[in-house]
Design a protein around this ligand. Structure first.
Ligand SMILES: Cc1cc2nc3c(=O)[nH]c(=O)nc-3n(C[C@H](O)[C@H](O)[C@H](O)COP(=O)(O)O)c2cc1C
Length: 202
């Protein structure tokens, strides 16, 4: 797999540094059930407000049910379809709106679902798989096609597969695949003591 480790100011956990969002996937290699279950198990063990576990996942496996996978694929934005066509697995993450213990709105449901999906992506990295989250899809179409409860929020589609050389991608995406990964400096996203006050780095 193409490695694009994060360039960090201080050393961070290797798994976090190595996770990234590749688009090049092997179209001919299925993800085993054991691997898929490991991804979902990793998501399951995310922390959540009140331990509510508001995340839900819908799974489509092209090697098991290509018609259902195709239905999910068609919910994606055109720009994503260009590379997702090679992915053997598509997932949709959803957030349940209310707490299980009292039925009250859970305003952390989407936050917690994001945490679960990051666990899933890190587990994919640990297994040598590719996982790439996407917001570019039509949630209403997905809801209708798959009988998703109206009050559940569709959060992200996630393409999963085995890595492949950049050549499997359409020409237009190859440069992006090889581009350096970048982040805002810590000073732009972290404050200490009060809003807009700089973090003391020593
Ligand atoms: C919620 C969410 C939505 C995203 N939507 C898309 C998308 O529709 N298409 C795409 O190619 N990448 C998408 N990405 C991937 C981001 O572009 C990627 O995570 C970001 O550029 C950082 O790169 P890295 O994951 O390689 O560190 C999405 C990521 C997240 C978390």
């Amino acid at each position: 797999m193409l490695e694009k480790p994060a360039v960090t100011q201080v050393i961070i956990a290797d798994l976090i540094a190595r996770r990234w969002s590749p688009r090049a996937m092997d179209p001919d290699r299925p993800v085993s059930r054991e691997q898929l279950l490991a991804l979902l198990e990793a998501a399951r063990w995310a922390p959540s407000c009140f331990g509510d576990q508001p995340w839900r996942y819908l799974v489509w496996d092209r090697f098991r049910d290509s018609a259902a996978w195709q239905q999910a694929f068609e919910c994606l934005a055109e720009g994503n379809q260009g590379w997702v066509r090679n992915a053997p697995i598509l997932l949709l993450s959803l957030a349940a709106p209310n707490f299980g213990h009292n039925g009250q709105p859970n305003r952390w449901a989407q936050h917690d679902t994001g945490a679960a999906s990051e666990n899933l992506c890190l587990q994919a990295t640990a297994l040598g798989l590719v996982a790439h989250q996407m917001g570019g899809f039509d949630p209403e179409r997905a809801k209708t096609r798959f009988n998703i409860p109206a009050d559940h929020a569709c959060m992200a589609m996630i393409a999963v597969g085995h890595p492949a050389p950049v050549e499997v991608l359409p020409e237009a995406l190859r440069e992006r695949e090889l581009a350096l990964r970048e982040r805002k400096p810590l000073a732009d996203i972290v404050f200490e003591g009060g809003w807009n006050q700089s973090l003391q780095q020593v």
